[in-house]
Design a protein around this ligand. Structure first.
Ligand SMILES: Cc1cc2nc3c(=O)[nH]c(=O)nc-3n(C[C@H](O)[C@H](O)[C@H](O)COP(=O)(O)OP(=O)(O)OC[C@H]3O[C@@H](n4cnc5c(N)ncnc54)[C@H](O)[C@@H]3O)c2cc1C
Length: 554
């Protein structure tokens, strides 16, 4: 039997209890607003995607970088950002302004603001997207994703106790309420209670309707990466080639993109749907939490990267250099997947698995434990588990047997393996190393090892792949993994949603991934990484303050 729930009235409604929504709710409540947070999932899912994240943050010229001798600056970061973003559309106007404001924040107050709230970072700064970032800037948060969420959950609990913030879970927003051209609230369906574990797909059985009203509504519903139908529809075939038939999914099922569609149908301007950030290095999770759950490998530069048939990918398609560039290369050649060939010595140091649950040392928050785990001689336990149980892994001391395993996986996918091509690639790389013959990938490894941080923790000293003391050999079948939306609802610097004519859509705000992390796409086409969580923090701050009627101050 359907019953309509009328939620308690509030000054500010926040739709989505992920990182962006929580930050916005904290800021609005700090400014004195009564806040109601609605989410389609249950309370067990508080924090959304950020909980699962690695917690990598983009900071510019931080004390961690300076301590390691990394010379970074706002100017260098700006240059890198614009080269990666390649803003080329008139509608990028607000995205560009968001990028500039964010860069200044990332090089200015961001670190101090987070540190004041108890956030700290692993002292060794990582280097994501080596082809786009001139220097390492990927700061791993102690506690990983949950470590980023913690201060906001703490703050919101204080507000909850003071009754300034209320949550209503299992509320799926499917309509904006509009009066006189302004948004005055939202309505939707009450979903049945769910006891599934965090991240698992929850029931969509509707048990009632609800309506909630407020003078400001902030949409913080995340991106589209969990909805393969929307990903396929938005796939930019002219840039990335035909839509891949098989993709695995790097985000929970609730990242369904439907809230963005609701907003667009109600008159909000949604832009850049074709800009997405998916990965080429996805591995099928042997213990999936959400449907088609895949894990992304953040690779160091030393693995040999091969096409499905076994030929080596050409320069500059080396691990960790330029995710989207390689996705484009694979797409244009209609390669459904690719291979890494490496050995134990490389995997030990160079395979980082993205996800809080894949990094128990970092997520546990102990600096000493994290250092010991990462400096030790053993393969990290989560990586070893994939070597033992992962469907995409072949491990063998013998090259012939490795090729047998690769051939078996290729046969399942209906792709012939050119065994001679793999062997030639492996032996050719080893030969180049032993004879000192120029090799672009070996030059890249050399460049990376000039940074102390990379040398100590991330990049293996160059050594032959076939050297028995570095064995066994490992082949990893890499799938295309969906993750982030770079486009979204266009917003001004106060997080106010705009209409197609550029006018403010009164009463409506957006933050986080649904807003392309600011302006409908502050990354343009490509990200420097660590800029997603940061974009949620920054846009959540701005939208929360503005929606509560406060002058935006950071
Ligand atoms: C495994 C993993 C690793 C990552 N690692 C990093 C990293 O190291 N660095 C980085 O910068 N980024 C990383 N990211 C990306 C980053 O975590 C996300 O981009 C970010 O957390 C998105 O936050 P959000 O608040 O915008 O959306 P979400 O976290 O998706 O939250 C949206 C919320 O809105 C709710 N919702 C959606 N639609 C509705 C509706 N119609 N009605 C009611 N509620 C609705 C959802 O249930 C959800 O709770 C990672 C992501 C993943 C999954």
């Amino acid at each position: 039997m359907n019953t309509t729930v009328r939620e308690r009235s509030a000054d500010v409604l926040v739709v989505g209890a992920g990182l962006a929504g929580l930050v916005a709710a904290c800021e609005a409540a700090d400014a004195g607003a009564q806040v109601l947070v609605l989410d389609q999932e249950g309370e067990q899912n508080l924090g959304g995607q950020a909980f699962w994240s690695l917690g990598g943050l983009f900071l510019v010229n931080s004390s961690e970088q300076r301590r390691l001798g990394i010379r970074d600056s706002l100017e260098l970061a700006r240059e890198d950002w614009h080269r990666a973003a390649n803003f080329d559309r008139p509608e990028d106007e607000w995205g560009k302004r968001w990028a500039e404001a964010y860069l200044e924040w990332a090089a200015g107050r961001k670190r101090e603001w987070l540190a004041q709230q108890g956030v700290s970072w692993f002292p060794v700064v990582g280097w994501a997207e080596r082809g786009l970032n001139s220097v390492p800037r990927f700061h791993l948060t102690m506690g990983s994703g949950p470590g980023i969420l913690a201060p906001f959950i703490r703050r919101i609990q204080v507000h909850q106790r003071a009754r300034r913030v209320t949550f209503a879970f299992r509320r799926r927003v499917s309509q904006l309420l509009i009066e006189g051209g302004a948004v005055i609230g939202v309505s939707g369906e009450v979903l049945e209670e769910s006891t599934v574990q965090r991240g698992e797909r929850s029931s969509r059985v509707v048990v009632g309707d609800f309506e909630a009203r407020a003078s400001s509504t902030i949409l913080a519903g995340g991106g589209i990466g969990g909805n393969l139908e929307l990903v396929r529809r938005a796939w930019p075939t002219e840039r990335l080639g035909p839509v891949p038939e098989d993709m695995i999914v790097g985000v929970p099922h609730h990242v369904d993109g439907l809230l963005g569609q609701v907003a667009a149908q109600s008159g909000a301007r949604s832009i850049n749907p074709d800009r997405m950030w998916h990965y080429t290095e996805g591995i099928r999770n042997y213990a999936p939490i959400w449907p088609m759950h895949g894990i992304r490998v953040l690779p160091g530069p030393s693995s040999l990267w091969l096409a499905p048939g076994g030929e080596r990918l050409p320069a500059p398609h080396y691990p960790g250099v330029d995710t989207l560039g390689t996705l484009q290369y694979l797409g244009q050649h209609q390669y459904p997947y690719s291979w890494f060939v490496l050995n134990r010595a490389i995997i030990r140091k160079e395979f980082a698995l993205s996800g809080s649950e894949q990094n128990p040392d970092l997520t546990g928050g102990s600096l000493l434990n994290t250092i010991l785990t990462r400096l030790g001689n053993r393969v990290q336990a989560p990586v070893q588990a994939f070597m033992d149980k992962g469907a995409d892994f072949v491990v063998s001391d013998d090259l012939g047997k490795l090729l047998d395993g690769m051939e078996r996986l290729n046969t399942e996918a209906g792709v012939p393996l050119d065994r001679a091509a793999v062997e030639q690639a492996v032996r050719g790389r080893d030969q180049a190393l032993l004879t000192g013959r120029p090799d672009a990938q070996l030059a890249l490894i050399d460049k990376a090892r000039r940074f102390t941080s990379e040398k100590i923790l991330r990049v293996t000293p160059p050594a032959p792949l076939l050297s028995p003391k570095n064995g066994p050999l490992i082949a990893v079948k890499l799938n295309i993994l969906t993750r982030k939306s770079l486009g979204g609802l266009q917003t001004n610097l106060n997080g106010q949603v705009l209409r197609p004519d550029g006018e403010v859509f009164a009463g409506l705000y957006a933050a986080g991934e649904i807003a392309g992390f600011g302006g409908g796409g502050y990354h343009g086409y490509r990200a420097l990484e660590g800029t997603f969580l940061g974009g949620c923090l920054f846009s959540g701050l701005r939208a929360g303050q503005a929606a509560a009627g406060k002058e935006v101050k950071l």
